[in-house]
Design a protein around this ligand. Structure first.
Ligand code: ATP
Ligand code: MG
Length: 326
């Protein structure tokens, strides 16, 4: 049961999982912005016009300084084309998703989907506002086991894949306890760790294509005793660049092991532009959250995501998120 007093300590009803996480844990430097309704096609706001480009009627034409001659832009080198995903095409059993409490793309809209839609809008807006591929890489993490990282990462990936024209790559970066494939009900073999261990392997060839349009999966792959070293090596950056460069419509979501129990989340934090720190309002302690935040500090944009919370300040159920079967 969620500690509603904690959640509602400001006396206002937080509007989203982000806001509710902020209201509960409110860590200073962690970015937990309010979630405004973002239009379908989120585009970065146009830069403000400099005064010299204000409408002519507002300018003292006679005294206006002549505009410097426009310098022709140097030709930009072509961004390398994104590597197409070339792994096997698999069917995802929709009933398996349903049984696991996950979003089923073809099912009627549920409260769960609505919650993840709000979350994805926020992430997408930041992903599209970012100039580099980094902003389109999103780490999903939490301090401890069982706080809902895989659940949130998978649901988020399915929700994002519904965006027209978007390719969503869900990467299982938890090689000790890989569970993305299990959650999706698919059989997998090689994956991320194989691509990191063997430079001859093209990572895109290991990416599984699914029959959920826009959803792709890179399994965790083969575990070895050197996994931590592989993740810390320069090869990780190369692999991730290969998967994201030249693909402005590709979002990568990493499901990771608990930040306080294993190193992958902290390592990967250097390679992502956004990190979602999953918290359970009634279980995650503030100290654990601060430790996890510290470990992820290589990522400049850490957002808190409140999982499995029920909230009903006025008797009405606010968060159906986390209530299986709703
Ligand atoms: N909001 C939720 N509603 C319903 N069930 C949930 C929710 N969040 C998590 N669960 C369930 O709780 C269990 C643990 O979740 P999950 O496996 O996602 O945690 P995790 O943080 O990835 O754990 P680990 O650190 O062991 O990988 C799963 O059975 C999952 O389905
Ligand atoms: Mg997990």
């Amino acid at each position: 049961m969620t500690d509603q007093g904690k959640i509602n300590r400001e006396g206002a009803r937080p509007a989203s999982l982000f806001e509710r996480a902020d209201a509960t844990f409110g860590l200073g430097p962690v970015r937990t912005p309010p979630v405004p309704p973002v239009p379908e096609a989120v585009r970065p706001a146009p830069a403000p016009q400099p005064a010299s480009q204000a409408p002519a009627a507002l300018q003292p034409v006679a005294f206006a300084k002549p505009e410097p001659a426009a310098i022709p832009a140097a030709p930009q080198p072509e961004a390398p084309r994104a590597a197409a995903f070339g792994g096997p095409l698999v069917h995802i059993d929709r009933q398996h998703l349903r049984d696991g409490g996950l979003i089923v793309p073809e099912d009627p809209v549920t409260g769960l989907l609505e919650e993840f839609r709000i979350v994805k809008r926020e992430l997408l807006a930041d992903a599209r506002a970012g100039a580099s591929a980094l902003a389109r890489r999103i780490l999903v993490c939490s301090p401890h086991p069982g706080e809902g990282k895989t659940y949130c990462a998978t649901n988020l990936a399915i929700a994002l894949a519904a965006e027209r024209g978007l390719e969503v790559l869900l990467v299982d970066a938890d090689v000790v306890k890989p569970s993305v494939a299990l959650r999706l009900g698919i059989d997998v073999e090689q994956g991320l760790m194989d691509a990191l261990a063997d430079p001859a392997i093209r990572p895109e060839s290991l990416v599984i294509r699914t029959d959920i349009e826009g959803l792709f999966v890179l399994p965790a792959g083969t575990a070895t005793s050197l996994d931590a070293e592989y993740l810390a090596s320069a090869r990780t950056g190369e692999v991730l660049d290969r998967l994201t460069q030249g693909a402005p419509d590709r979002i990568v979501i990493f499901d990771t092991p608990p930040a306080l129990a294993a190193s992958p989340a902290a390592e990967l934090a250097q390679h992502v532009g956004q990190a979602l720190l999953v918290v359970r309002a009634d279980e995650t302690s503030r100290a654990a959250l601060e430790d996890a935040q510290q470990l992820l500090s290589a990522c400049g944009d850490i957002k808190l995501l409140l999982n499995a919370a029920r909230y009903s300040p006025s008797g009405r159920r606010f968060g159906t998120y986390g209530t299986k079967g709703k």
